[in-house]
Ligand binder design. Structure first.
Ligand code: ADP
Ligand SMILES: Cc1ncc(COP(=O)(O)OP(=O)(O)O)c(N)n1
Length: 269
C-alpha cells in the first residue's frame, strides 16, 4: 500500500480540511496520515474560529511521520501563519519529500474568514511553491498569486504561466468559481491540458478543493503521471459533487465514497 500525508487544518464539520483529505485517501486505497496545522470551528455555514498549532508541534508531527514511515506523496492545505510555512518548508526539504502538492487555501468559500494570514501569502509563494510538483489554486487564489484578474479561459492560461514562473513544476487552476462548464486547466511549462465537467447545480460544494487536491496526491502516490492523476481526480470530484450530501443549513459536503458504496451495494435508496 502507498502512504500519503496531508498537512492541513481540521474542519469540525468534516467536509473540508484534514477530514476530507483522509476520507479521500481512504476512497483511493492509500494509507492516509495527517499533520494538523490548525483547528477550525466551522460548519456548512462558515468558519467561526481558528486555533493555530505551534510551528514546533507541526515540525514534531512531520518528524514523527518521516522518521518512521515511507511517504509517497504530500498534500499541503491550510497553513495559516508565516512561521507555520517556514517550519513546513524546512522539514519537507530536510526529508526530500516526494510529490508535494500545494493547495493554497486562502479564504473559505463563504469569503468570510481568512485561512491564510496576509503576511504568510508571500512565504507560501516563495517557500512552498518552488518545492511543489503541482499547485492547485482556485480562481480567487490564482488572482492573488499571479496578480491578475481572471474572467475567462485565456485569463486562466495567462495566470497559469505567471504562477509557473514562481517555481512549481505544474499549475492547475480550478474553474469552479467561473460561470459555465467547470473547466480546470493544467500547465506544465510547455503546454496546457483541459479537464472539463458540466457544472452541477448544487450548493453542496464544501471542501471540493481539498478533496480534489487529496485525490491528485493519492493518484501521484500510486505512481500516476501528473496529467493522469488530475484526470482521475477530476472524475472523482465530479461524482462526489453529483452525489453531494444535503447536510446542515449551508453548503453541504461532497460524497467521498459514492463509487465505492455503489460497487458494494451499500447505498440507501
Ligand atoms: N458546481 C460544480 N460542478 C462541477 N464541478 C465543480 C463545481 N464546483 C466546483 N467544481 C470542481 O471542483 C473542483 C474544486 O474547484 P473549486 O470549487 O474551484 O475549488 P475550491 O474549493 O478550492 O474553491 C474543480 O475541479 C472544479 O472544477
Ligand atoms: C480546515 C480547512 N481547510 C481548507 C478549507 C477550504 O476548503 P476548500 O476545499 O478549498 O473550499 P471550501 O470548503 O472553502 O469551498 C476549509 N474550509 N477548512
Amino acid at each position: 500500500m502507498k502512504n500519503v500525508l496531508t498537512i492541513a487544518g481540521s474542519d469540525s464539520s468534516g467536509g473540508a480540511g484534514i477530514q476530507a483529505d483522509l476520507k479521500t485517501f481512504a476512497a483511493h486505497g492509500v494509507f492516509g496520515m495527517s499533520v494538523i496545522t490548525a483547528v477550525t470551528a466551522q460548519n456548512t455555514q462558515g468558519v467561526f474560529a481558528v486555533q493555530d498549532i505551534t510551528p514546533a508541534i507541526i515540525a514534531r508531527q512531520i518528524d514523527a511521520v518521516f522518521d518512521d514511515i515511507a511517504v509517497d506523496a504530500v498534500k499541503i492545505g491550510m497553513v495559516s501563519q508565516a512561521a507555520t510555512i517556514q517550519a513546513i518548508a524546512a522539514k519537507l526539504k530536510e526529508y526530500a519529500a516526494p510529490n508535494i502538492i500545494v493547495d493554497p487555501v486562502m479564504v473559505s468559500s463563504k469569503g468570510d474568514y481568512h485561512l491564510l494570514s496576509p503576511d504568510a501569502e508571500n512565504l507560501l509563494i516563495h517557500e512552498l511553491l518552488p518545492q511543489a510538483i503541482l499547485v492547485t489554486p482556485n480562481i480567487p487564489e490564482a488572482e492573488v498569486i499571479a496578480g491578475k484578474t481572471i474572467r475567462t479561459l485565456p485569463d486562466m492560461e495567462a495566470a497559469a504561466k505567471t504562477i509557473w514562473e514562481l517555481g512549481p513544476h505544474n499549475v492547475l487552476i480550478k474553474g469552479g468559481h467561473l460561470a459555465g462548464d467547470s473547466t480546470d486547466i493544467l500547465y506544465d511549462g510547455t503546454a496546457f491540458a483541459y479537464f472539463r465537467a458540466r457544472r452541477i447545480a448544487t450548493k453542496n460544494t464544501h471542501g471540493t478543493g481539498c478533496t480534489l487536491s487529496s485525490a491528485i496526491a493519492a493518484n501521484l502516490g500510486r505512481g500516476l503521471s501528473v496529467a493522469e492523476a488530475v484526470a482521475a481526480a477530476k472524475e472523482y470530484i465530479t461524482t462526489a459533487i453529483e452525489h453531494s450530501l444535503s447536510l446542515g443549513k449551508g453548503a453541504g459536503p461532497t460524497h467521498h465514497f459514492y463509487s465505492l458504496y455503489k460497487r458494494a451495494g451499500m447505498l440507501e435508496e
